[in-house]
Design a protein around this ligand. Structure first.
Ligand SMILES: O=c1ccn([C@H]2C[C@H](O)[C@@H](COP(=O)(O)OP(=O)(O)OP(=O)(O)O)O2)c(=O)[nH]1
Ligand SMILES: [Mg+2]
Length: 147
């Protein structure tokens, strides 16, 4: 079991911390900590505060992903999906939303705007080499096996 710490930022006592909406949900829903309703017109993007910062074990990252309901119903998604929260980041977690729909969308304070999924990040050691191990695929890619 991993221990993750959430710190509520001042002035956001009324905004919920990330929560799972069902027992086995992969994502913790994130709530908008906007001081007043924020409008996103078609094509517009805005960085939305969540009212908390966090600390997690060094081998974790957190991914900020869209909510499918907002994407399907309103065309609202995360521009940098999935957003990456580094284990050493102590600033406020923010969500970069973009409106790909046809209508202006209003984000209300406390609304669930995205979800956060934790992942283990493997420890990696990099070595520069002159030759890589051969494979059957080789350099084939981008559809070289056909449709
Ligand atoms: O959706 C996001 C993406 C990032 N961040 C925060 C946490 C993350 O650890 C930090 C940096 O993110 P990233 O590495 O994606 O951005 P960058 O453009 O590479 O910035 P930096 O140079 O600060 O790493 O910004 C968020 O709050 N929400
Ligand atoms: Mg970075």
């Amino acid at each position: 079991m991993y221990q993750v710490l959430f710190k509520r930022l001042q002035g956001n006592e009324d905004v919920k911390l990330p929560i799972k909406m069902s027992e086995l949900a992969a994502g913790f829903d994130l709530h908008a900590a906007v001081s007043e309703p924020v409008s996103l017109s078609p094509g517009e993007r805005k960085l939305i505060p969540t009212g908390f910062s966090m600390a997690m074990p060094a081998d974790l990252e957190a991914q900020i992903r869209p909510r499918s309901g907002l994407a399907f119903k309103h065309g609202i998604t995360c521009l940098n999906s999935p957003g990456t929260i580094d284990a050493d980041y102590r600033g406020e977690v923010k969500v970069l939303l973009i409106n790909l729909g046809q209508d202006t969308f209003i984000i209300e304070r406390g609304e669930r705007i995205a979800q956060m999924v934790f992942q283990v990040v493997p420890a990696i050691e990099i070595s520069e080499v002159d030759d890589l191990p051969d494979t059957v695929r080789g350099a084939g890619g981008f559809g070289h096996t056909g449709v």
